[in-house]
Design a protein around this ligand. Structure first.
Ligand SMILES: [Zn+2]
Length: 285
């Protein structure tokens, strides 16, 4: 495995500094990634507003179609009613001239039918008018909604444009810093970093409480000591660079204040002084 070779090559005092440069590189790349995501989200937010506006437009089209249908229905009902009224008028004239009871009965029956039909048509016309009124109320509300949505869309577009412009400047600066960080990095470590970056989102994991922060695997005691002395090691489980940051891992610092105050601990600590060779606080395993 490449890791074992690297262990030999990179167990040097200056490696901590080299690794810190990679940590800085990873931070810059993460910031750039977050910013790229934010830039993409501006477009997404505008698209959401556009979709809402489109939906309202579709509903308005449906209402316009329904209104046209109702209007056409009423025109047709009006013609039917007119037809019935003309027939009624004709039957009444015929009734005046009727000679037999049979003729009178038949004409009266026709007149009754015409009246029933006219009443039925009136009811249908009334129902259509009610439906039209309800549709017009919906239409008015949707017009208001659409006006609001158009305003929101314009605002969102303007906000997005401002945000995108600002973030693109920031992103360009991050890319510049990233390129600088890559230039400054140790070429061998950088090659390893790139290889790992292709497999993981974050090639470097911190060691906290003797565990790899990415996969939570315990780091063996000897490696743990070497890492804290500046050696470069890789996680035996996930393969990431392991980086010790005393500011994050406070397990060492936690031992410091308690040691001189405890009478029992004093003797023990005196017998086993803290390891030297590093100005960082060290923890015994
Ligand atoms: Zn790991």
């Amino acid at each position: 495995m490449a890791a074992s070779v690297l262990d030999c090559v990179f167990t040097l005092p200056c490696m901590q500094e080299a690794l810190e440069k990679l940590v800085h590189l990873q931070e810059l790349e993460q910031q750039a990634q977050a910013l790229s995501l934010q830039i993409a989200q501006y477009t997404g937010r505008v698209e959401v507003r556009e979709a809402a506006l489109y939906d309202t437009g579709r509903l308005l089209e449906q209402i316009a179609t329904a209104l046209a249908k109702e209007s056409s229905l009423r025109r047709s009902l009006e013609l039917d009613a007119e037809d019935m009224r003309e027939k009624s008028a004709r039957y009444r004239i015929q009734l005046d001239d009727a000679r037999s009871d049979g003729q009178v009965k038949a004409l009266e029956h026709q007149l009754k039918f015409c009246k029933k039909e006219i009443d039925r048509i009136d009811e249908l016309e009334f129902a259509s008018l009610m439906e039209t009124e309800a549709l017009e109320v919906k239409q008015r509300l949707l017009h208001e909604t659409r006006a609001n949505q158009m305003q929101l869309l314009e605002t969102e577009k303007a906000k997005s444009q401002l945000g995108r412009d600002r973030d693109k400047v920031k992103l360009a600066e991050l890319y510049r810093q990233r390129d600088e960080a890559r230039q400054a990095a140790n070429p061998e470590l950088l090659a390893e970093y790139d290889r790992m970056a292709r497999a993981h989102k974050m090639p470097i994991a911190t060691v906290e409480q003797q565990r790899c922060s990415a996969c939570q695997m315990m780091v063996r005691p000897q490696r743990w000591n070497e890492i804290r002395q500046g050696a470069v090691h890789f996680c035996e489980s996930c393969g990431r660079f392991l980086y010790f940051n005393p500011a994050i891992d406070l397990s060492d610092a936690m031992h410091l204040p308690s040691a001189p105050k405890k009478p029992a601990g004093l003797a023990k600590d005196a017998a086993h002084p803290k390891p030297t060779g590093s100005d960082r606080p060290q923890r015994e395993d």
